[in-house]
Design a protein around this ligand. Structure first.
Ligand code: ATP
Ligand code: MG
Length: 237
């Protein structure tokens, strides 16, 4: 897809968002920067950006086939995707199918405990406040969403989870948990941002091995090699 990369709008910790010559269309570039622990650990891992871009593009396509629309339009190059520009909703929507990570650190539950029904948590996306957890009343009080929109976000998040759990099951991978972001386009709510090894927790069903950013967080091995292996598995489907 030919497109003119315009002004840099925003550079986050892992991606940069650029304007394009087309009104309402942004270019999202997945950089090789990787961070963890609220920015406390930082590195540059060559190829990490393109592997995450490829997986995100694939999963947005897979979701689209299952009736879930997102901001994704197409790839420009191996690390850049064109997206519909959204007014992002400042929420990190987290869906957990198995207890792990902060849930295990913060609450009395053992890692690996299956969560059925899945646990949906929404954090306020604000690094300066360390992304504090919200509840429905807080989301309404802060006017982040109205009640109808909140119900819609929940319903979309759970549908996305159902589709992704089924997909990863077929690869013998457990989708332990993942984080997604939504945005508004006129009066529609769309899935935005990314779905990648940086934003999902994936466990190899047979070996229990981490196939995601936990490899980086806890120095469990060669991050790029793991990302490449899982990207190949996901995208060959
Ligand atoms: N379709 C979209 N339109 C507008 N902004 C988007 C869209 N999709 C994603 N974004 C925003 O682009 C930014 C992507 O950058 P990145 O994920 O690196 O930064 P961040 O989310 O601010 O930081 P971090 O993820 O490291 O906490 C995010 O702020 C995200 O909300
Ligand atoms: Mg982000």
């Amino acid at each position: 897809m030919a497109v003119q990369k315009g002004d840099l709008l925003y550079a986050g910790k892992a991606k940069s968002v650029f304007r394009t010559e087309k009104e309402g269309i942004y270019l999202v570039e997945f950089r090789d920067d990787i961070t963890a622990f609220d920015g406390g650990k930082k590195d540059v891992l060559v190829q990490k950006g393109s592997l995450n871009a490829r997986v995100s593009a694939f999963l947005f396509g897979h979701l689209e086939e299952h009736g879930i629309s997102s901001h994704f339009i197409g790839m420009v190059d191996e690390r850049s995707m064109l997206v519909r520009s959204l007014a992002m909703i400042p929420l990190e929507v987290i869906i957990r199918n198995v207890a792990a990570g902060s849930m295990v650190r913060n609450y009395p539950i053992a890692e690996g405990t299956p969560l059925n029904p899945p646990v949906l948590v929404m954090d306020y996306k604000d690094d300066s406040r360390h992304d504090p957890m919200l509840n429905d009343d807080l989301i309404l009080a802060l006017k982040i969403l109205n009640a109808t929109e909140l119900a819609r976000v929940r319903e979309m998040a759970l549908s996305i989870n159902r589709v992704l759990v089924r997909f990863f099951d077929s690869l013998e991978i457990t989708l332990v948990d993942f984080k997604i972001e939504f945005g508004k386009l006129d009066d529609q709510i769309l899935l935005g941002d990314e779905i990648s090894m940086d934003s999902m927790r994936l466990w190899d069903r047979r070996t229990g091995e981490s196939l995601d950013k936990d490899v980086y967080r806890f120095s469990k091995g060669d991050v790029v090699a793991v990302y490449r292996r899982v990207a190949e598995k996901i995208c060959q489907e």
